[in-house]
Design a protein around this ligand. Structure first.
Ligand code: CLR
Length: 446
């Protein structure tokens, strides 16, 4: 497996396997929930929500039937469903084309939000969620590092890319809409197959990208047709080369014709547009090379074809450099399952005896109320939810009495050396302790 990687990429793979990150993940990911049908009591959102206008979500007590059996830690893990875009991006020598793939990856984070009008479980302080895929060669860890305001920090590593950052969501229910604003930033490190030429014309092994997530709103609550919308401008910057793109996710209008639309232009460090990107964040994203030439588009394409080439290039219609538009990404089909989870989301809370022995005691998979919810035991879920929340409050009271300041287990807050943003740095110990089966004492929160 090492041969398909260059030295920088191979070193990461070596670290992942030496640290035993894939131990426990020998069985394939789960494909089904234990329930076949969603038999939740049907609730009118507006009836319950109308008394809560002006509140943020963390201050609302809502019946557990408003929940879906995922946690916000797992919703953050869902960001890497389409991480193969980063592997493909890393195969290109053209830095602005890599940017198109990174920007598309950043936009795919919203595909899973469609039809999921339910509240993910608010993670308990110190709750963690790990997720490793030997088939995709990545590992991911998320930790709830702050309760008020709620902040989840994440770190994912793979031979060709790293992904890290935080979900810190500011929410407000306004009646007409329920608005979610992202405060934190996301970072991506790419290790291209042939290295990177940086701003100073040096050849380096990796490059750094960053962006801020766009806003999310649930609209149509009053009229009884709640819909998730994600909109706003997302600037994705390659700090190493100086390339950037502003991806504009259009806000859903009255007639919904602009729903899901996005567009943008990848600009190189000299300010020159190189690629156009467009499509829909719920289905397909395309890109097209911007070629400036005095020859009109129609004739130009023919003149680019080599008359001596007898065999047409395989997949030439999807060749990024052909000048015609090509498909960058397509959403995976959505299964008909309880809570409208995606196939990827279904895999997240799966657990078997093999994996159980490796997990931290704080892992979401072991959270009893969420497990009850997943199995359709709603009353029991409500009781357990109450119990773990009381337990969390008592732990906080004790800290206050002892004048202790809270310190997260696996992440530490730092100033980013390149962008100057504050961010949560993964300390790395988690995987080393996990390999030695030494996670047992890392938190009693459930
Ligand atoms: C959107 C994609 C981002 C991360 C993110 C954070 C908060 C999530 C949001 C996503 C999707 C919508 C969301 C929200 C928190 C609550 C809200 C799940 C995943 C739901 C739809 C609110 C339901 C309201 C109830 C009262 C029914 O990368």
């Amino acid at each position: 497996a090492l041969s398909q990687y260059n030295k920088a990429q191979g070193m990461v793979l070596q670290k992942l396997s030496q640290e035993g990150s894939f131990l426990g993940y020998e069985n394939p990911p789960r494909q089904k929930l234990s329930m076949d049908e969603d038999n939740r009591p049907k609730v009118g959102l507006w009836g319950i929500l109308k008394s809560m206008i002006g509140k943020d979500m963390t201050r609302m007590t809502l019946p557990v039937s408003f929940n879906e059996p995922t946690s916000l830690l797992q919703r953050l893990a869902e960001d890497i469903e389409y991480s193969n875009l980063l592997n493909i991006g890393a195969s290109y020598d053209d830095s602005t084309l890599r940017l198109i793939y990174v920007a598309t990856f950043a936009a795919t984070e919203y595909a899973s939000t469609i039809d999921r009008i339910a509240k993910p479980f608010n993670p308990l302080l110190r709750e963690t969620f790990e997720y490793c895929r030997p088939d995709e060669q990545y590992r991911l860890i998320v930790e709830q590092v702050s309760h008020h305001p709620p902040i989840s920090a994440c770190s994912a590593e793979s031979p060709k890319w790293d992904y890290y950052g935080e979900n810190a969501v500011d929410s407000k229910f306004r009646g007409r809409s329920f608005d979610f604003k992202h405060l934190g930033k996301m970072f991506c490190v790419l290790r291209p197959d042939n290295g990177v030429i940086d701003k100073n014309n040096n050849k380096v092994h990796e490059e750094l990208y960053s962006w801020k997530k766009v806003n999310t709103s649930v609209v149509g609550i009053i009229i009884g047709n709640p819909t998730v919308d994600n909109f706003g401008k997302m600037e994705v910057t390659n700090h190493t080369t100086g390339d950037s793109i502003i991806v504009d996710l259009k806000q859903r209008g009255w007639r919904a014709s602009s729903a899901y639309q996005l567009s943008g232009h990848a600009i190189d460090r000299h300010g020159k547009p190189q690629w156009a990107m467009g499509g829909h964040w719920n289905s397909k994203i395309f890109a097209k090379k911007i070629i400036d030439s005095p020859i009109p588009l129609g004739e130009r394409r023919d003149s680019l074809v080599d008359p001596d080439a007898s065999v047409p290039k395989i997949g030439s219609s999807n060749d990024p450099f052909s000048g015609s538009k090509f498909l960058v990404w397509q959403a995976a089909p959505r299964p008909k399952v309880p809570f409208n989870l995606t196939s990827f989301a279904i895999t997240l809370n799966g657990i078997d005896d093999n994996l159980r022995s490796w997990l931290a005691p704080t892992d979401t998979r072991l959270r009893p109320d969420q497990r009850d919810m997943e199995d359709g035991k709603y009353d029991q879920a409500a009781d357990e939810k109450h119990r773990v929340e009381v337990k969390q409050r008592e732990a906080r009271k004790k800290r206050e009495e002892n004048k202790e300041t809270y310190v997260p287990n696996w992440f530490v807050k730092k100033v980013h050396p390149v962008t100057g943003d504050s961010f949560w740095e993964f300390k790395g110990e988690y995987w080393k302790l996990r390999k030695e089966h030494k996670l047992a004492g890392t938190g009693d929160i459930f």
